[in-house]
Design a protein. Sequence first.
Length: 125
Amino acid sequence: MLGRSKAFSGFAVDDIPRARLFYGETLGLDVTEANGMLRLRLAGGAEVLVYPKPDHVPAAYTILNFPVDDIETAVDELVRRGVRFERYPGMETDEKGIFRLGGPYIAWFTDPAGNTLSVLQDRPA
């Protein structure tokens, strides 16, 4: 029934203007605003809805993952833009905050509302 529907995901933030700056300027995504909400246009044509929620609680999981060709370059550029990378107990990361044990290389960071995002790179063969 919904197999042809152009579904999209969404998540909440507590401050739309701050989210617009972060996603548009810091991360460099294509962001539009209408009716008090944001639409993030991702590479490949996917869209994500960002909506305000005054009693927002950050998601307890990673809401967006950004595959990159070179995680070190991506982390360095994001740090230059003011992003701080997270370190979690039991998840050993290197000095840049990149987790390299098993699976893809991954580094987590948060948006201004505390939602978790990541950049990740497939493990070299």
